[in-house]
Design a protein. Structure first.
Length: 218
């Protein structure tokens, strides 16, 4: 199972975590988040965002304009965008067209789309249907006060009602205490687990030793 570490912010911490070779690193472009990277975010020598080869860069956005997201994709060379707000299926369609449409000069990369859905005690999976043609992955997170990073897991039994047609990232309150329980979900189409607050020293600063232990478990 692949690993995504979200909410990265500090350059040295990014370097330390990158040395552990996770599959994805997530960077939050949402001003209201405690893990917001800021407008002048730079990692690497003279590059907007340089990571070791093989680690995919994920930009996290919340109800941002299409122009804003496209600009960040172009500036940072994002491999995926994670849409964590109330973005519509039409928004996802327009983004896909903008990055892959014939003759598009704005963002010619094949950036993939992760659409996030927050889950409480129940969830209507029918609402995913109009998104399926326009998204590459879904991400299921815990419904809470914050747009991610709430620190507690949702009831994973709800996922038994998912048709598994589209691969998804599992997020929400994952920690060293509950990570082994993910193995009980092996029959689901999980592409990666997505960790954040459960592996932090403070918001935006990941605990390298905890991440090492997580990788050993995985």
């Amino acid at each position: 199972m692949q690993l995504k570490i979200c909410g990265m912010k500090q350059p040295q911490n990014i370097a330390d975590i990158s040395a552990l070779n996770p599959d994805y690193l997530g960077f939050i472009f949402y001003e209201k988040s405690k893990r917001y990277v800021g407008e002048d975010f730079v990692v690497g020598q003279g590059h907007a965002l340089t990571l070791p080869k093989g680690i995919k860069k994920v930009g996290v956005f919340v109800n941002a304009s299409l122009e804003y997201v496209l600009a960040k994709v172009e500036k940072y060379g994002l491999d995926l965008v994670q849409l964590h707000g109330e973005e519509s299926p039409e928004y996802c369609r327009d983004f896909r067209w903008a990055i892959g449409g014939k003759g598009s000069a704005v963002c010619p990369t094949k950036t993939k789309i992760i659409k996030v859905f927050s889950i409480g005690e129940t969830f209507d999976f029918q609402q995913l249907e109009p998104y399926k043609p326009h998204c590459d992955y879904f991400l299921f997170d815990t419904k809470g006060k914050e747009k991610g990073g709430n620190g507690f897991a949702f009831n994973w039994n709800v996922l038994k009602n998912y048709d598994n047609e589209k691969p998804f990232f599992l997020s929400g309150g994952l920690s060293l205490e509950n990570i082994e329980k993910v193995n009980e979900l092996s029959d689901l189409n999980i592409v990666a687990i997505d960790v954040n607050s459960g592996f932090e020293i403070e918001a935006g600063l990941k605990d390298v030793e905890k991440i090492k232990k997580l990788i050993e478990i995985l």
